[in-house]
Design a protein around this ligand. Structure first.
Ligand SMILES: [Zn+2]
Length: 236
């Protein structure tokens, strides 16, 4: 196991520049995503209302596996067609996700991460301990940098940043996938990012215009058809 200084030196040699802070890292990847017209704002109420009222026919949520059986704020009505995938690190590349999106006419994809995640530290460690390859993409360099700092500092707020970065990073990988990109172009497929702050039970949505995760400003009283599961697992 390398110590922090070795990691920092390795990273600095590799990339040729010193580390900006973690907020900057998220801002940079957010800026890249905002250039794609397919990455849009859609919150939990909008998705549930859309599905229940029929304005959205079909959607898929890919969430982290340790978020539990009742994933907070995901529409739970049996009347709607919403595919829920769960795996460690909310990876779109596993478990038939792309096949489902392609074959089932999915219109909206949500990547849904959370803080206090069992998987995040494990994944960061494995990425940092893997020998670095040359010619990393910008987002991969950012990933390595952020993981290294988080492992060294081990602060809860930094791990929260890592969790948010991971959600956006997964969106950027999705947009690099030829079949997803083709669908996005042909079908007006839209991609969204959600984040659940487990400690404070705060739900946030990625807003490309603001380049950040934000607390949705609409509330349940605006919805006439909603059927959601709260963090405690009760219908509200
Ligand atoms: Zn998790």
């Amino acid at each position: 196991m390398r110590n922090g200084l070795e990691r920092l030196l390795r990273y600095t040699v590799l990339t040729g520049f010193l580390m900006p802070n973690s907020a900057h890292t998220i801002t940079e990847i957010a800026k890249e995503l905002a250039k794609h017209p397919f990455v849009t704002y859609l919150d939990d109420v909008q998705l549930s209302d859309g599905l229940l009222a029929g304005a959205i026919k079909n959607a898929a949520v890919i969430a982290c596996s340790d978020m539990g059986l009742l994933v907070p704020y995901v529409c739970s009505s049996a009347k709607v067609q919403l595919f829920l995938f769960q795996n460690g690190g909310h990876k779109f590349s596993s478990g038939g996700f792309v096949e489902t999106v392609v074959g089932s006419g999915v219109e909206h994809i949500v990547v849904y991460g959370h803080s206090v995640c069992n998987y995040t530290k494990h994944m960061a460690k494995s990425v940092v301990d893997t020998p670095a390859k040359k010619g990393l993409e910008f987002s991969e360099r950012s990933q390595l940098e952020l993981y290294s700092v988080a492992l060294d500092c081990d602060s809860a707020s930094l791990w929260e940043h890592v969790g948010q970065f991971n959600v956006l990073f997964e969106l950027s990988k999705m947009l690099a996938d030829p079949s997803i990109l083709q669908l996005a172009t042909e079908r007006n497929l839209e991609l969204h990012a959600w984040f659940y702050k487990s400690d404070s039970e705060q739900f946030e949505v990625f807003d490309p215009e603001r380049g950040a995760f934000v607390v949705p400003d609409i509330n349940l009283s605006n919805s006439s058809v909603i059927s959601l599961v709260t963090a405690e697992g009760h219908y509200r």
